[in-house]
Structure formats: structure tokens, C-alpha cells
Ligand binder design. Structure first.
Ligand code: GLV
Ligand code: GLV
Length: 322
């Protein structure tokens, strides 16, 4: 029997699965700080972590009993997986099961930004709706526009398909390699970052957070984007510079921005971005559908059970058993 700690409550699918497999499961309700989490982690064989848990070298070298860390997310920049590999700790994530949910959320932000949802909703809720308005709230029509997908992985490709097949859009993308099947399906074109910025009416971020993508969207990048274009980020907030984004919106160089992720996270309630009607901001809810979150919980539990048996995980980040 192994001991598993889940650092915050997730759908009960995870606990049920692990208990059926004979493991002992403890569910915490978050930790005050990393030190408190580490104290509990020292006592268990496996962890199910949230993307907000920082699992760095210091943490890993002190949690001596850990065999598996299963992140309740597809992104895993919160875990030093290279160092975990050296220590023989398997790292898991939850790809595929959240692809549609996250792409749909990116579309939600895109539609909301394009049609001025924030100011339109305020107009009603603040009692300012006087009558049908011929000249107000004119937004951007998305049909046949060009979208640039930064990082055409699963989620980026899913969004591109919705944009191409549903809205007749042209697709540009960046990725480390050309994606032949994706190009066939969507007539997408592989371009460099600068061309993507200067040719797209919408730029949507789907890349992981790495040293190469941190602050990729700086002042230079926002200025390279077309005047009147839209910026969407549902990946990681650290990919954009919040001050540079504010300037690009405030000067009306960009039409708007839709963020599901912020830099830092959580966003400060005093962030100047919150003052802008052109910025629509959600609290990192990309994968938050009932279906995706239940399936993520199950994948996390399977990752733990497999890793404890020295077998390859379902969502395998460092592949130490394959
Ligand atoms: C969410 O951001 C995830 O990486 O799953
Ligand atoms: C990961 O980023 C994915 O696209 O699934």
C-alpha cells in the first residue's frame, strides 16, 4: 500500500480510483506555503499537485520518499522535471482530456473581446441601457480574418480548427516543426514569429512556458502586431509582459485582449488592466468543464498508480519508465 497526497480537492474520481487500487489517499485543502506542503510531502510516496505548487530542486531534494508527482494540468512549468529525472521521480500531466475545454475557452475570450462584451455587460448591469443604440459597441467581425497560433500543439490546433471550419479564418502558426497533417486539415501556414505578428488579426498563445517563451510578448512584439488586432492568452501569463500589454491596449494599438492567465497570478486587484474595457480577464479556468476536470482527475490517478508500479504514465512528462 502506498500513501498519496492530493494537495487540493479535485473531483472524487481520483481518490476513488486510487483507493480501488489499494492506495491510501489524503486530500489537503491547499497549503499556507511550500514549506508546509514539503512537510506533508516527505511522508508520502506520490503527490497529485496543482499548477500553483512550486516543485523546485530544493523541494525535490527534501521529499525523499516521492516516486511520482502527477500534476493536475497539462502545463508542468511549476515542476523541475529535469531534476526530478535525476532523482528517479516520475512526473505526470494531463494532456488530451482538456484540449477541447481549453480551446473552447480561448474562443469564448475571442468572441467576448471582439464584441465588446465587458462594456456591453456593464452598460446593462449599471442601468445605463437607454434604448437600442445604432452607433455604440461596434466590434470586430471575425469571419475570414487571419489568426496566428503561437504554439500549434493540441490546444492551438483545436482552436485553429474551430476558427478555420467555423469562421472561415486563415491560419498562421509557429511551432518548432512543421505540422503536415494540421496544414492539410486547416490550410495553415508555418511562419516565423515576426511574420505571424505582423500578418495576424488575432494572435492566440498556446505554447508552454519555457526560457524561450518567457516574456515573448514584450513591447516589441505588441508593437509588431497589427493595429486593431486582438491578443488572446490561455497558456501561461509569464509569456506576456503585463505593462507592455497595458500600453498596447491603452494607446488603442490593440483592439482588445482576452486573458485566462495573468502575470503574476493571481492578478492583483489593483492591476491597471482591470480598468480597461478592452481587456477581458478570467481566473485561469481553461480546463474548468465538468468533463475535463473529471477526466483530468482520472488521468492523474492513473499516472500515480502506474508510476508506483514503475510503469510508463498516461501523461508522461519525463518518461523514466519507458
Ligand atoms: C492549465 O493551465 C493546464 O496547464 O492544465
Ligand atoms: C499542450 O500545451 C497542449 O497543447 O496540449
Amino acid at each position: 500500500m502506498s500513501n498519496v497526497l492530493i494537495t487540493k480537492e479535485i473531483p472524487s474520481t481520483a481518490k476513488n480510483y486510487l483507493e480501488e487500487k489499494g492506495h491510501k489517499v489524503k486530500i489537503a485543502c491547499g497549503f499556507e506555503d511550500n514549506k508546509a506542503l514539503l512537510e506533508e510531502a516527505k511522508k508520502v510516496d506520490a503527490l497529485i499537485t496543482m499548477l500553483s505548487d512550486k516543485i523546485d530542486q530544493d523541494f525535490l531534494s527534501h521529499a525523499k520518499n516521492l516516486k511520482v508527482i502527477s500534476n493536475y494540468a497539462v502545463g508542468h512549468n511549476n515542476i523541475d522535471s529535469n531534476f526530478a529525472t535525476k532523482l528517479g521521480i516520475a512526473i505526470g500531466n494531463t494532456p488530451d482530456v482538456l484540449t477541447n475545454a481549453t480551446a473552447e475557452l480561448a474562443m469564448t475570450l475571442l468572441f467576448a473581446v471582439a464584441r465588446n462584451a465587458k462594456s456591453a455587460m456593464r452598460n446593462v448591469s449599471e442601468g445605463k441601457w437607454q434604448g437600442w443604440e445604432p452607433m455604440g459597441f461596434h466590434g470586430v467581425e471575425l469571419n475570414a480574418k487571419t489568426i496566428g497560433i503561437v504554439g500549434a500543439g493540441r490546444i492551438g490546433q483545436a482552436m485553429a480548427k474551430m476558427c478555420h471550419h467555423g469562421l472561415n479564418m486563415n491560419i498562421l502558426y509557429t511551432a518548432r516543426s512543421k505540422k503536415t497533417e494540421f496544414e492539410k486539415q486547416t490550410k495553415a501556414q508555418h511562419v516565423d514569429f515576426e511574420n505571424l505578428l505582423s500578418q495576424s488579426d488575432i494572435v492566440s498563445v498556446h505554447c508552454p512556458l519555457t526560457e524561450q517563451t518567457e516574456l515573448l510578448f514584450n513591447d516589441w512584439a505588441f508593437k509588431k502586431m497589427k493595429k486593431g488586432s486582438i491578443f488572446i492568452n490561455t497558456a501561461r501569463g509569464e509569456v506576456h509582459d503585463e505593462g507592455a500589454l497595458y500600453d498596447a491596449l491603452k494607446s488603442a494599438h490593440l483592439f482588445g485582449a482576452g486573458l485566462d492567465v495573468t502575470n503574476p497570478e493571481p492578478m492583483s486587484p489593483n492591476s491597471k488592466l482591470l480598468e480597461l474595457d478592452s481587456a477581458i480577464i478570467f481566473p485561469h479556468i481553461g480546463s474548468a468543464t465538468v468533463k475535463a476536470r473529471e477526466e483530468m482527475a482520472l488521468v492523474c490517478a492513473k499516472n500515480v498508480d502506474l508510476g508506483l508500479q514503475n510503469k510508463p504514465l498516461v501523461g508522461d512528462v519525463n518518461n523514466i519508465y519507458s
